[in-house]
Design a protein around this ligand. Sequence first.
Ligand code: SF4
Ligand code: ZN
Length: 343
Amino acid sequence: MPVQCSHCSQRRAVLKRPKTGHSLCKDCFFWAFEEEIHQTIVSAGLFNRRETVAIGASGGKDSTVLAHVMKVLNERYDYGLNLLLLSVDEGITGYRDDSLETVKRNQQQYDLPLKIVSYEELYGWTMDAIVKQVGLKNNCTFCGVFRRQALDRGAMMLKVDKICTGHNADDVAETVLMNVLRGDIARLRRCTAISTASEGEGAIPRCKPLKYAYEKEIVLYAYFKKLDYFSTECIYSPNAYRGHARAFLKDLESIRPSSIIDIIHSGETLSIKEGVKMPVQGTCSRCGYISSQALCKSCVLLEGLNRGLPKLGIGKHHRLHGKILAQEPLTEQVQRKLKAVDF
Ligand code: SF4
Ligand code: ZN
């Protein structure tokens, strides 16, 4: 027997909400999904009128849904925001070139301006070239660090007030788990924050309007709205550690769907024991980007690539920063260690 929508009792339910278990019709699901994001935005005070907001757009489901919902809510509730799309081209043939085509179509569909910044123009390296040098074990470290900075640099070129990204509840819960597993207290404290206030020069505030949206619901929303998104995985996507955290989270979710929100809440309410040393944010002496060391991670990684020493930015080599800044050569022994590549 067909199930009626538990909200409007007028239409047939087409889905059971993964987050709440409610049976809903399409329209009531759209409304509930969009309203929850609106509530997240309003209660956290994510935006102010007349702000220019860049939506980090990769062409994937999360950022496509984010762009769509931001446009809908901006009009429905008259947020008064000036929205635009900002994409990063990592230079991954057969992946990013195709997903950027999707972003270009989204630009037309949503009628938003689009800016693309590339690793090649910013760093002189594409991910294809980086993988050739560093192998497939640490590639995501380079890519993640460079992307973070690339988004900021793109946003600065566009003079935007804020960046919003498509991180969803599953991503946040996964990051909490990973930071617990690594004992990374500084990141653990930061990772559940819905927005980063300006943390210093060069950093544009970021926020995550989809922080409480379940990945499964994002997929359903994109599917029922027939949104145009790119669903292929990156060809260099080993990231084994995150993969395990993800698989663990999915197992937990299948037993108890609220696990995702519960993990986020645990992360939000954690407090750090007095006396625990936390890194002090300063700025990179080479590029001026925020950094807790003399050189930011991005500059160290780039130096490693340019010197043919890919391991320079992997692990802790802070004591070498002085030498790098002074452009001094490293000892034979150190060079040998930093040259090793893990394929
Ligand atoms: Fe970059 Fe790794 Fe993501 Fe591919 S999977 S886009 S290499 S971070
Ligand atoms: Zn209904």
